[in-house]
Design a protein around this ligand. Structure first.
Ligand SMILES: Cc1cc2nc3c(=O)[nH]c(=O)nc-3n(C[C@H](O)[C@H](O)[C@H](O)COP(=O)(O)O)c2cc1C
Length: 219
Protein backbone atom coordinates (compact mmCIF):
# COMPACT_ATOMS: atom_id res chain seq x y z
CA UNK A 1 0.00 0.00 0.00
CA UNK A 2 1.38 3.43 -0.92
CA UNK A 3 1.54 6.30 1.53
CA UNK A 4 1.35 9.89 0.30
CA UNK A 5 3.73 12.67 1.26
CA UNK A 6 3.24 16.33 0.43
CA UNK A 7 3.59 17.97 3.85
CA UNK A 8 6.07 16.81 6.48
CA UNK A 9 4.43 13.96 8.43
CA UNK A 10 3.98 14.73 12.13
CA UNK A 11 6.23 11.79 13.07
CA UNK A 12 9.20 13.62 11.47
CA UNK A 13 8.59 16.90 13.26
CA UNK A 14 11.31 17.63 15.81
CA UNK A 15 13.59 14.94 14.31
CA UNK A 16 16.75 15.18 12.20
CA UNK A 17 14.55 15.47 9.10
CA UNK A 18 13.25 18.81 10.36
CA UNK A 19 16.47 20.02 12.02
CA UNK A 20 18.62 19.36 8.95
CA UNK A 21 16.87 22.09 6.99
CA UNK A 22 19.51 24.24 8.77
CA UNK A 23 22.10 22.39 6.64
CA UNK A 24 20.05 22.81 3.45
CA UNK A 25 18.16 19.49 3.36
CA UNK A 26 14.47 18.98 2.64
CA UNK A 27 12.65 16.26 4.65
CA UNK A 28 11.49 14.48 1.46
CA UNK A 29 15.09 13.46 0.81
CA UNK A 30 15.05 11.28 3.94
CA UNK A 31 11.77 9.51 3.09
CA UNK A 32 12.54 8.99 -0.58
CA UNK A 33 16.14 7.84 -0.02
CA UNK A 34 17.35 7.92 -3.61
CA UNK A 35 20.98 6.72 -3.83
CA UNK A 36 23.58 8.90 -5.55
CA UNK A 37 27.13 7.97 -6.61
CA UNK A 38 29.87 8.90 -4.16
CA UNK A 39 33.31 10.24 -5.04
CA UNK A 40 36.10 12.60 -4.02
CA UNK A 41 36.67 15.74 -6.10
CA UNK A 42 40.22 17.11 -6.12
CA UNK A 43 41.51 20.54 -7.09
CA UNK A 44 44.45 22.82 -6.31
CA UNK A 45 43.90 25.69 -3.88
CA UNK A 46 45.35 29.12 -4.70
CA UNK A 47 48.30 28.36 -2.36
CA UNK A 48 49.14 25.26 -4.43
CA UNK A 49 47.93 22.75 -1.82
CA UNK A 50 45.65 19.87 -2.91
CA UNK A 51 41.98 20.18 -1.95
CA UNK A 52 39.67 17.16 -1.64
CA UNK A 53 35.88 17.29 -1.30
CA UNK A 54 33.45 14.37 -0.82
CA UNK A 55 30.50 14.72 -3.20
CA UNK A 56 27.46 12.59 -3.95
CA UNK A 57 24.53 14.72 -5.11
CA UNK A 58 25.50 14.16 -8.72
CA UNK A 59 24.99 12.36 -11.99
CA UNK A 60 26.85 11.64 -15.26
CA UNK A 61 25.64 11.93 -18.83
CA UNK A 62 26.64 12.15 -22.47
CA UNK A 63 25.62 15.37 -24.26
CA UNK A 64 26.51 17.51 -27.28
CA UNK A 65 25.09 14.91 -29.71
CA UNK A 66 27.36 12.19 -28.38
CA UNK A 67 30.50 14.33 -28.60
CA UNK A 68 31.13 14.66 -24.89
CA UNK A 69 30.73 13.01 -21.49
CA UNK A 70 29.79 15.27 -18.56
CA UNK A 71 29.54 15.23 -14.78
CA UNK A 72 26.74 17.26 -13.23
CA UNK A 73 27.43 18.04 -9.57
CA UNK A 74 23.94 18.92 -8.42
CA UNK A 75 24.65 20.72 -5.17
CA UNK A 76 28.04 22.34 -4.54
CA UNK A 77 28.07 24.73 -1.59
CA UNK A 78 29.23 28.23 -2.49
CA UNK A 79 30.96 28.43 0.90
CA UNK A 80 33.50 25.61 0.38
CA UNK A 81 36.96 25.20 -1.10
CA UNK A 82 35.62 23.17 -4.02
CA UNK A 83 33.47 26.02 -5.31
CA UNK A 84 36.30 28.51 -4.79
CA UNK A 85 38.98 26.39 -6.47
CA UNK A 86 36.77 25.37 -9.40
CA UNK A 87 36.11 29.02 -10.14
CA UNK A 88 39.81 29.87 -9.88
CA UNK A 89 41.42 26.92 -11.69
CA UNK A 90 38.55 25.61 -13.88
CA UNK A 91 40.06 22.11 -13.73
CA UNK A 92 39.47 19.14 -11.43
CA UNK A 93 39.55 15.35 -11.01
CA UNK A 94 36.69 13.10 -9.87
CA UNK A 95 38.07 10.11 -7.93
CA UNK A 96 36.02 6.97 -7.20
CA UNK A 97 37.06 5.02 -4.09
CA UNK A 98 36.65 1.33 -3.27
CA UNK A 99 34.95 0.61 0.07
CA UNK A 100 38.30 -0.07 1.83
CA UNK A 101 39.39 3.53 1.03
CA UNK A 102 36.10 5.14 2.14
CA UNK A 103 37.34 5.97 5.67
CA UNK A 104 40.50 7.66 4.36
CA UNK A 105 38.50 9.70 1.86
CA UNK A 106 36.13 10.76 4.65
CA UNK A 107 39.14 12.04 6.66
CA UNK A 108 39.47 14.84 4.08
CA UNK A 109 36.45 16.46 5.75
CA UNK A 110 38.41 16.84 9.02
CA UNK A 111 41.61 17.82 7.16
CA UNK A 112 39.88 20.74 5.46
CA UNK A 113 42.25 23.55 6.51
CA UNK A 114 43.26 25.94 3.71
CA UNK A 115 46.97 25.35 4.47
CA UNK A 116 46.63 21.54 4.37
CA UNK A 117 47.43 19.07 1.62
CA UNK A 118 44.07 17.39 2.27
CA UNK A 119 44.98 14.24 0.31
CA UNK A 120 48.29 13.44 2.07
CA UNK A 121 46.94 14.48 5.49
CA UNK A 122 44.24 11.83 5.05
CA UNK A 123 46.72 8.99 4.37
CA UNK A 124 46.24 9.04 0.59
CA UNK A 125 48.72 9.71 -2.22
CA UNK A 126 48.71 12.69 -4.58
CA UNK A 127 49.21 11.72 -8.23
CA UNK A 128 49.70 14.05 -11.17
CA UNK A 129 46.85 14.39 -13.64
CA UNK A 130 47.72 13.99 -17.32
CA UNK A 131 45.49 16.52 -19.06
CA UNK A 132 44.37 19.05 -16.41
CA UNK A 133 46.01 21.08 -13.63
CA UNK A 134 44.58 19.21 -10.63
CA UNK A 135 45.77 16.52 -8.22
CA UNK A 136 44.40 12.96 -8.36
CA UNK A 137 44.19 10.27 -5.66
CA UNK A 138 46.45 7.32 -6.50
CA UNK A 139 44.49 4.83 -4.35
CA UNK A 140 41.17 5.52 -6.09
CA UNK A 141 40.30 2.94 -8.76
CA UNK A 142 39.04 5.52 -11.27
CA UNK A 143 40.07 9.15 -11.81
CA UNK A 144 38.19 11.32 -14.28
CA UNK A 145 39.98 14.47 -15.43
CA UNK A 146 37.51 17.32 -15.93
CA UNK A 147 37.19 20.89 -17.13
CA UNK A 148 34.70 23.25 -15.47
CA UNK A 149 32.04 24.46 -17.94
CA UNK A 150 29.36 26.39 -16.02
CA UNK A 151 27.35 26.67 -12.84
CA UNK A 152 23.79 27.66 -12.03
CA UNK A 153 21.60 28.00 -8.95
CA UNK A 154 18.58 25.68 -8.91
CA UNK A 155 16.59 28.51 -7.34
CA UNK A 156 17.88 32.12 -7.74
CA UNK A 157 19.77 33.26 -4.65
CA UNK A 158 20.45 29.70 -3.41
CA UNK A 159 23.62 28.97 -1.44
CA UNK A 160 24.47 25.88 -3.55
CA UNK A 161 24.97 25.55 -7.32
CA UNK A 162 24.74 22.90 -10.02
CA UNK A 163 28.19 22.58 -11.59
CA UNK A 164 28.72 21.07 -15.02
CA UNK A 165 32.11 19.52 -15.78
CA UNK A 166 33.31 18.03 -19.03
CA UNK A 167 35.16 14.72 -18.58
CA UNK A 168 38.17 15.01 -20.89
CA UNK A 169 39.67 11.62 -20.05
CA UNK A 170 40.05 9.03 -17.33
CA UNK A 171 42.31 6.47 -15.64
CA UNK A 172 40.46 3.23 -14.93
CA UNK A 173 41.71 0.20 -12.95
CA UNK A 174 41.58 -3.09 -14.89
CA UNK A 175 39.77 -4.80 -12.01
CA UNK A 176 36.86 -2.35 -12.40
CA UNK A 177 36.80 -2.86 -16.18
CA UNK A 178 36.56 -6.63 -15.66
CA UNK A 179 33.95 -6.52 -12.85
CA UNK A 180 31.72 -3.48 -12.23
CA UNK A 181 30.16 -5.14 -9.17
CA UNK A 182 33.28 -6.46 -7.40
CA UNK A 183 35.73 -5.14 -4.81
CA UNK A 184 36.43 -2.04 -6.89
CA UNK A 185 33.03 -0.65 -7.79
CA UNK A 186 31.15 2.62 -7.56
CA UNK A 187 29.68 3.26 -4.10
CA UNK A 188 26.39 5.05 -3.47
CA UNK A 189 25.33 7.39 -0.71
CA UNK A 190 21.89 6.93 0.82
CA UNK A 191 21.37 10.02 2.91
CA UNK A 192 19.84 9.28 6.32
CA UNK A 193 16.85 7.18 5.17
CA UNK A 194 13.82 7.46 7.49
CA UNK A 195 10.56 5.50 7.72
CA UNK A 196 7.87 7.92 8.96
CA UNK A 197 5.98 4.89 10.35
CA UNK A 198 8.92 3.84 12.48
CA UNK A 199 11.09 6.84 13.38
CA UNK A 200 14.25 5.85 15.23
CA UNK A 201 15.93 8.22 17.67
CA UNK A 202 19.16 8.04 15.69
CA UNK A 203 19.80 7.12 12.06
CA UNK A 204 22.79 7.20 9.75
CA UNK A 205 23.88 7.61 6.14
CA UNK A 206 24.50 4.34 4.29
CA UNK A 207 27.18 3.52 1.75
CA UNK A 208 25.89 0.89 -0.67
CA UNK A 209 27.09 -1.13 -3.66
CA UNK A 210 25.24 -2.50 -6.66
CA UNK A 211 23.34 -5.75 -7.25
CA UNK A 212 22.38 -6.87 -10.77
CA UNK A 213 18.62 -7.46 -10.99
CA UNK A 214 17.82 -7.39 -14.73
CA UNK A 215 19.53 -7.18 -18.09
CA UNK A 216 18.38 -5.36 -21.19
CA UNK A 217 19.73 -5.54 -24.71
CA UNK A 218 18.65 -3.20 -27.52
CA UNK A 219 15.67 -0.96 -26.79
C1 LIG B 1 29.17 11.23 1.30
C2 LIG B 1 29.26 12.72 1.27
C3 LIG B 1 28.75 13.42 0.20
C4 LIG B 1 28.80 14.81 0.14
N1 LIG B 1 28.28 15.46 -0.94
C5 LIG B 1 28.30 16.80 -0.98
C6 LIG B 1 27.74 17.48 -2.10
O1 LIG B 1 27.21 16.87 -3.04
N2 LIG B 1 27.79 18.84 -2.10
C7 LIG B 1 28.38 19.55 -1.08
O2 LIG B 1 28.42 20.80 -1.14
N3 LIG B 1 28.93 18.92 -0.01
C8 LIG B 1 28.90 17.57 0.05
N4 LIG B 1 29.46 16.92 1.12
C9 LIG B 1 30.08 17.73 2.19
C10 LIG B 1 31.52 18.14 1.84
O3 LIG B 1 32.28 17.03 1.44
C11 LIG B 1 32.18 18.79 3.05
O4 LIG B 1 31.44 19.93 3.45
C12 LIG B 1 33.64 19.17 2.79
O5 LIG B 1 34.28 19.41 4.02
C13 LIG B 1 33.78 20.41 1.92
O6 LIG B 1 35.16 20.53 1.58
P1 LIG B 1 35.79 21.77 0.80
O7 LIG B 1 35.59 22.99 1.63
O8 LIG B 1 37.23 21.37 0.65
O9 LIG B 1 35.10 21.86 -0.53
C14 LIG B 1 29.40 15.53 1.19
C15 LIG B 1 29.93 14.83 2.28
C16 LIG B 1 29.87 13.44 2.32
C17 LIG B 1 30.43 12.71 3.51
Amino acid sequence: MKQHYKEMPSSLQGTYAEFSRNFGFDWKEFIMGIPTPMFLVTTYKSNGQPNATMQSWATFTSADHGNGYFAVLASVTKGGHLHQTLNEKKETVINFMSSDKYEDCMKTIQNNQFEADEISASGLTVAKASWVDAPMVEECFMNLECKYLWEKEIVPGDDHVIVCLEIVGGHVDEEFLADRFGEKSVSYNIHYPMDPNNVKEKGCDYVAGLKVTNRSYEY
